[in-house]
Design a protein around this ligand. Structure first.
Ligand code: GLY
Length: 324
C-alpha cells in the first residue's frame, strides 16, 4: 500500500472507519473490521489492539514489548466510549491482553483505572492471568542495555537509555485505535511503554485526556510517542476540546504538537504524535518528527472497503526523521 501525503480526506461519503497509529495499525484495523461492520465500535477497538498485543514482533506493544530496567515487561492500556464510560490499566505484568482488562475495568468494575499487582489480581479473577516471558529479541536488547548501562548512574536510566544505541529504531510507539460509525465511536490505546523505563513508570497511554479521549458528540484522539510530553499538555483532551471550539481535526492535531513545542524543551530524540477523528468521520494527524504514519480502513456508502496509510498532516520538524 502506498503512503499518501495526507490522511484527512476521503473520496465520497464514508459509512464506517478504523484509524490506527503506525504502519502496523493496518493489520490492527483489519482485525476490527467485522466488529465495525456490525456497528460495534468498542469491540472493533479491542480486537484491533489485541492484534497488536499478540504480535511477538511488536516490541512496543503487548508481551513482545521490551522490558523495563529491571528486565520485566509491564503493559498499559485504555478504552473509552464517552466521558462517563472508560477504563484503563497501568503497569500490569501478568496479562497478555491489557486492552481486554481495560475494557473489563470499564464494564465490570466501578473504577476507571486499576494499576500494578491489583490490576493483575483482577486479571486473575477473570481467568486472564498469564506470565509475560521476554521474547528472544527482547532478551538480547535487554542484555545490550545492561551492558551499556554499566557506565551510567542508576538514577537516570531512562534518560541515559536515549544515548545507547540498542538495535531497535523505536522505543515507545503505542497502538492507538479509533473506530467510527455514523452515530458512534470508541478509542483505545495499548503499549509496553518506553523501553528500559524505570520500573513503575507509566506514560500517557492509560491516562484519560493525555493518551486517549473520546466524546462522540465531538470526536476522539489517541496519542503515541514520549508519554512525558503528552501528559504535560493533556494532549488527547486538548485535541478534542479544540474541535469542540470549532477546529477541524487537522488543525486540532497541529495545535497539540505546537502546544508541546511551546511548553517543552524538545530533545533531538523526542517524538510525539496524535491521531484525531471528528464526529463527522474526518481525520487529522500531527507529529513532532517525520516518520509517523497512520493507517485507515473505511467502508464507503456503496459497501466497498478501502485502506490507506498516510503521513501526518503536520510535522513540526520535517527535517528530522524518526524511523518506525
Ligand atoms: N506513549 C507511550 C508511553 O510513553 O508510554
Amino acid at each position: 500500500m502506498s503512503i499518501e501525503p495526507s490522511g484527512s480526506r476521503f473520496e465520497g461519503q464514508i459509512r464506517r472507519l478504523m484509524a490506527s497509529t503506525w504502519s502496523w495499525g493496518g493489520r490492527a484495523n483489519r482485525a476490527g473490521r467485522d466488529a465495525l461492520s456490525r456497528g460495534r465500535c468498542v469491540d472493533a477497538v479491542e480486537l484491533a489492539c489485541m492484534e497488536a498485543e499478540a504480535d511477538p514482533a511488536n516490541h512496543t506493544v503487548g508481551a513482545g514489548g521490551f522490558p523495563d530496567a529491571s528486565g520485566r515487561v509491564s503493559l498499559d492500556a485504555a478504552i473509552m466510549e464517552r466521558p462517563d464510560r472508560h477504563g484503563a490499566v497501568a503497569c500490569v505484568r501478568r496479562t497478555v491482553h491489557p486492552i481486554r482488562l481495560a475494557r473489563a475495568v470499564m464494564e465490570k468494575s466501578n473504577c476507571r483505572l486499576l494499576v500494578g499487582t491489583d490490576a493483575d489480581d483482577f486479571a486473575q479473577e477473570l481467568g486472564w492471568a498469564s506470565d509475560l516471558n521476554l521474547s528472544e529479541k527482547a532478551k538480547r536488547a535487554y542484555q545490550d542495555f545492561r551492558a551499556g548501562r554499566a557506565s551510567f548512574p542508576l538514577a537516570n536510566l531512562e534518560e541515559q537509555y536515549e544515548k545507547l544505541k540498542v538495535d531497535e529504531p523505536s522505543t515507545h510507539d503505542t497502538i492507538g485505535v479509533i473506530a467510527w460509525t455514523q452515530g458512534g465511536m470508541a478509542a483505545g490505546t495499548s503499549t509496553s511503554g518506553l523501553a528500559f523505563k524505570r520500573p513503575g513508570r507509566v506514560g500517557d497511554s492509560p491516562i484519560v485526556g493525555a493518551g486517549f479521549y473520546c466524546d462522540p458528540q465531538v470526536g476522539a484522539c489517541v496519542c503515541t510517542g514520549r508519554g512525558e510530553l503528552l501528559l504535560g499538555v493533556c494532549a488527547a483532551h486538548l485535541a478534542v476540546e479544540s474541535m469542540r471550539r470549532g477546529e477541524r481535526p487537522t488543525d486540532s492535531a497541529r495545535h497539540v504538537i505546537e502546544r508541546l513545542a511551546d511548553t517543552h524543551e524538545l530533545g533531538p530524540d523526542d517524538q510525539a504524535a496524535v491521531l484525531v477523528v471528528a464526529s463527522s468521520g474526518e481525520c487529522g494527524s500531527a507529529s513532532v518528527m517525520k516518520g509517523y504514519t497512520t493507517s485507515m480502513l473505511w467502508e464507503d456508502t456503496s459497501g466497498a472497503w478501502h485502506e490507506r496509510r498516510a503521513e501526518a498532516n503536520f510535522v513540526l520538524r520535517p527535517e528530522v526523521y524518526c524511523a518506525e
